[in-house]
Design a protein around this ligand. Structure first.
Ligand code: PGA
Length: 268
């Protein structure tokens, strides 16, 4: 894994934005895997600014989000569709007909949504770059601890912890879902490149398990140790639990000079 430790959350977003922009400059029709959550907000602001400045365009891209709540309609402000529209889609030049989430329309059988989503991803040629956050419990997407490491897009029950972590976003009289449809762990692992962002002290334990812990379904993010091309961008606080930090910093310095010569980082 390529682990990059930056001074603060602002720098994490800036570097994340630059990596996405680099991809779009080289491959304007890239297939993007997108994520929701608090960590991605600053990154989306950067992408919006770059798009407004004419530096990048999403006109030819298509996107697949990691997950969507079950039982929340797309026009509900709590839906991830609404989040994506608010924070990104409505502010950039993407064709929203090509921006997909694993949504279950009213009357549709949720069990059928997963395989159809997988099919759509395959038809698009697979995901070039998947953005990820990480949950305090090590989840990626809504693949909660104990998720099959071989899972595909499907319905998942949120853990009590995830439910409680997200409850700050719901008012007491609002319906808060306990189910979601999420890309599976194998779906995520099929992406050609993965970019995971984590900031804040509350992520330090999950990050250290992901990077330095054993590969286990109890920390779903630990599967990323098996992926060939993962870049993890951390701020100081999220990197706080890493034992091997010296090596990651040393590697990053070496890579910067390699990058000058070869145009991209080769660390994995
Ligand atoms: P957060 O969520 O960015 O809101 O912390 C990350 C996640 O749960 O995957």
């Amino acid at each position: 894994m390529e682990i990059i430790i930056l001074k603060n959350a602002e720098k994490v977003a800036a570097m994340g934005g630059e990596l996405v922009a680099e991809l779009l400059r080289v491959s304007p029709a890239a297939v993007l895997g997108l994520a929701t959550g608090g960590t991605q907000l600053a990154l989306y602001r950067i992408l919006v600014a770059k798009c407004h400045a004419g530096e990048i365009s999403f006109r030819n891209t298509c996107s697949f989000n990691l997950d969507e709540y079950l039982g929340v309609t797309p026009d509900n402000p709590q839906s991830y569709r609404a989040y994506m529209k608010r924070e990104l889609f409505d502010q950039i030049d993407i064709d929203q007909d090509n921006a997909f989430l694993p949504e279950c329309d009213e009357g549709q059988n949720p069990v059928l949504v997963g395989p159809a989503y997988e099919q759509k991803i395959r038809e698009a040629g697979g995901i070039d770059l998947q953005l990820l956050g990480i949950g305090v419990n090590g989840h990626i997407g809504f693949n909660e601890p104990s998720s099959s490491l071989n899972s595909r897009t499907r319905v998942k029950t949120l853990t009590r912890q995830t439910f409680e972590d997200n409850s700050r976003l719901f008012s007491p009289d609002e319906f808060q879902p306990t189910l979601a449809i999420t890309m599976g762990i194998a779906t995520i692992m099929n992406a050609r490149r993965i970019l995971l962002l984590a900031t804040g002290e509350n992520k330090a334990a999950a990050v250290s398990k992901m990077v330095e812990g054993p590969l286990t379904a109890m920390c779903p993010a630990s599967i990323l140790q098996m992926h060939e091309r993962v870049t993890v961008l951390l701020d100081e606080a999220a990197a706080g639990g890493l034992r091997n930090r010296d090596y990651y910093e040393w590697t990053h310095l070496q890579n910067e000079s390699l990058k000058d010569r070869f145009g991209r980082s080769h660390e994995s």
